[in-house]
Design a protein around this ligand. Sequence first.
Ligand SMILES: Cc1cc2nc3c(=O)[nH]c(=O)nc-3n(C[C@H](O)[C@H](O)[C@H](O)COP(=O)(O)OP(=O)(O)OC[C@H]3O[C@@H](n4cnc5c(N)ncnc54)[C@H](O)[C@@H]3O)c2cc1C
Length: 462
Amino acid sequence: MTETRYGANYWLDDCGDDMARRPPLVRDETVDVAILGGGFSGLWTAYFLLRANPGLSVAVFEKHFCGHGASGRNGGWCSPRYPMLVDELVKHFGADAACATIRAQHAIVDDIGAIISEEGIDAHFTPGGMLSIARTANQLTSLKATYATYDRLGLTADTTMLSADEARGLIAASNILGGMKTRSGASIHPLRLVRGLAQAVERRGGTIYEGTAVTQVRPGRPAMLETMGGVVTARAAVVLAGEAYLSQIPAYHRQLLPMSSMIVATAPLDDATWDAIGWQGYESLSSGAYTKDYLTRTRDGRILFGSRGAPYLFGSAMPETALAQAALYGPIINTLRAWFPALNAVPVTHAWGGYLGVPRDGLPSVHYDAASGLANAFGYTGRGVATTALAGRALAGLIAGVPAFVPNLPMLHAPGPKWEIEPLRWIGVRYIQNAFARIDAADFRDGSVPLDSGLAKTLAPI
Ligand SMILES: Cc1cc2nc3c(=O)[nH]c(=O)nc-3n(C[C@H](O)[C@H](O)[C@H](O)COP(=O)(O)OP(=O)(O)OC[C@H]3O[C@@H](n4cnc5c(N)ncnc54)[C@H](O)[C@@H]3O)c2cc1C
């Protein structure tokens, strides 16, 4: 059987790009807008800035290569689901703001599809929608509760609850008790989208420096970025779009918590296996597990199975080596095969992980402070593929003064509270990770609920 390559990102093997590095910065530079980070947040911000104002000088400074971070490694869900759950949005911001947010999130999925086609990006955009399935009675109860909230808010026009048989008709996974299908949503090849977006930014006059690590951020008029290759002066704004990796810059260490998520990819399945599994609609598929199961069918016939990742490391450390440990992937591969026993003999070819940024209050932050020259777009937890485009467009609108780009949404606020200092952070996060694993295990064992599940859910930011 083919060996699993641990630490190997499937998307990189299929990115249709020679991955030639762009030159690094080797001198001091002055631009209108300087962007830290060549992921979706940084590139969408650059793209919309240049679309709104082609005369602007915009440069992106990326430590490794565009798509090195979560943007080039994720599960490929271009999803209408917002980082903060709809119930939480209602609780914190009211029904109107929650509805506006969900509608904006739905619309941005369509906008991304349109831009991909306009810019000629071969990102495998496949508008199959979303399919959430319940695999335990408790998961079915929460799925019904989610649907009820959407219904109360008048947001069910494109969403349908499915009986167990209806859901099984779409996908032959084990233990299906019911489902919810949403028409909006697409699967994409995330790395192809990042790479294509980077080229679109360059076609519109932006400059991208790769292999250029920002070492310090200096607020002020003008704000500046210190890099290994030179100092960058930004006449209008410095944009912080480093998501989880910002935690490695001392001034932002406690702003976002780096949390890993991990994915395994099967070899391409043969036609008989696909006939047995179904999934002809290419929906972005998930269950209601607290430890998260997210699945994607790729264009070349693989199944990607993603799950919450490795234990949080003390001091917000985020080494690549932690994402390549075979032992961490065993339980994910077992879960994949429990979902689809037909895959027992199918090799798992790739297993990789990435780091996403979790804000303490669970809410993405998009902000521009003209006084300090600093702007930011970050904090998507695990739901950034579509949200980064919404954030990037809003941030471009704030910086370039384009009100049409700036929706009145709760994401427009200054960065939220910082995470606790260590060892409190480690103790709290490890406790929540452990509790969520226990909640899922008890649910699958006998449908019971651990005594501390309420406490764990209250402590978790999302
Ligand atoms: C395994 C995994 C699966 C996921 N699945 C999904 C999914 O299916 N759907 C979904 O909606 N979301 C998903 N997410 C979340 C989503 O990928 C992210 O929210 C999104 O990509 C964030 O984009 P970003 O540009 O803000 O950050 P990143 O893509 O992390 O980009 C930050 C960039 O900044 C660079 N950088 C960092 N520090 C510096 C520095 N000092 N100097 C210069 N450059 C620097 C990094 O190298 C990196 O390229 C997933 C995340 C992971 C990790």
